[in-house]
Write a protein that binds this ligand. Structure first.
Ligand code: ADP
Length: 324
């Protein structure tokens, strides 16, 4: 029995240890587990949830590191395949000047991109109360059928389906913007909660503005829509879409000194889900998500920066909410 199972990307992140430099200036790197599904599973486990992951690495040393780290973080690895014909995905990152991340992916022949429908352990999926899927692979067409199998299993068993749009144009956008939007729209229609940045919502709705995208997607889905807005926090839209993003459902962010924004969105998702599974209102879930996102944005690493239940409680008790 699990609270949450995540399905999607996992990689080894290699973070420049020099602060405020781009990758060409970096000389040494610290490793951590990364990727949307990896970060969210670890974030959830640190918040006390029983978490499992469905993904793959290579049968290489990086894969061994990923498995050992997930186990040390109390993430169940029954659904983690090691694929001898493929490689563990890698991402190099640095917090460049001004807080803008410099990010280079190495995903040639990456194992986490090729999950086939037959590899989805539906018994594992339905043993969790919530399934978290990412739009990244689905939109790029790779592994899309496997995501569909997992979602169908979860929905048939009345489990919650949470979608992180997690759109990565660098993974490829076959068929162009309209095809990507149509694929993401199908996922949004199947989800109970959908989380994305303003830009990701625009891409999912294939619209000129985030509000126009939200309006057109609202006609297709009654899910809780959540818009992540960096230091401004997030916006929760349960039903009607307001005329402007700051005109309804605003859940203000927390003020922190930005170190590295990478991973904040995954920490947001973990914080949101932990509260969601406690039955809290979506706005309260988003407040917890904002706190987890702010904590990670103020730290260098991603999954390794994700707060524990105690760290989150201390932050919520002491941190002033930002004015903007
Ligand atoms: P992503 O990381 O997916 O691109 P965001 O940058 O919007 O998405 O970050 C996700 C969440 O993390 C935000 O909604 C916010 O709650 C929190 N967050 C991100 N950056 C900051 C920041 N500089 N200060 C405070 N909170 C932040």
């Amino acid at each position: 029995k699990f609270d949450v199972v995540t399905l999607g990307r996992i990689c080894v992140d290699l973070y420049a240890q020099q602060s405020g430099v781009r990758l060409d200036q970096a000389s040494s790197f610290a490793r951590a587990v990364g990727g949307c599904a990896g970060n969210i599973a670890i974030g959830c486990a640190r918040l006390g949830l029983r978490a499992a992951i469905v993904t793959a690495t290579g049968a290489d040393s990086f894969g061994a590191y990923v498995k050992a780290t997930l186990e040390a973080e109390n993430v169940a690895t029954r659904g983690l395949r090691q694929d001898a014909a493929r490689c563990t995905a890698l991402a190099f990152a640095s917090a460049a000047p001004g807080g803008a991340p410099d990010l280079v992916f190495f995903r040639e022949n990456a194992a986490d991109a090729v999950t086939e429908p037959a590899e989805i352990d539906t018994a594992l999926i339905v043993s969790a109360r919530a399934l978290v899927v990412s739009g990244a692979h689905a939109a790029s067409g790779i592994g899309a059928d496997a995501v569909d199998v997992a979602i169908t299993a979860a929905r048939d068993a009345a489990r919650s389906v949470v979608l992180d749009i997690d759109h990565r144009p660098s993974f490829g956008t076959p068929g162009g913007a309209a095809a990507v939007a149509s694929r993401l729209t199908a996922l949004i229609e199947a989800a109970d909660v959908v989380v994305g940045t303003e830009e990701e919502w625009r891409i999912a709705g294939n619209a000129g503005s985030t509000i126009d995208a939200l309006l057109s997607l609202r006609a297709r889905s009654g899910a809780v829509f959540v818009v992540k807005r960096g230091s401004r926090g997030s916006v929760v839209l349960r039903a009607a879409i307001p005329a402007r993003l700051d005109a309804g459902g605003v859940v203000p962010g927390f003020s922190v000194a930005l170190c590295n924004p990478l991973g904040a969105g995954d920490a947001f998702m973990a914080g949101f889900i932990a509260r969601y599974l406690e039955g809290a209102a979506p706005e309260d879930c988003a407040r917890h998500g904002n706190a987890c996102g702010a904590i990670v944005a103020a730290r260098l690493l991603c999954s390794a920066a994700s707060p524990t239940t105690q760290e989150l409680a201390a932050f919520l008790a002491g941190a002033p909410a930002s004015a903007n």
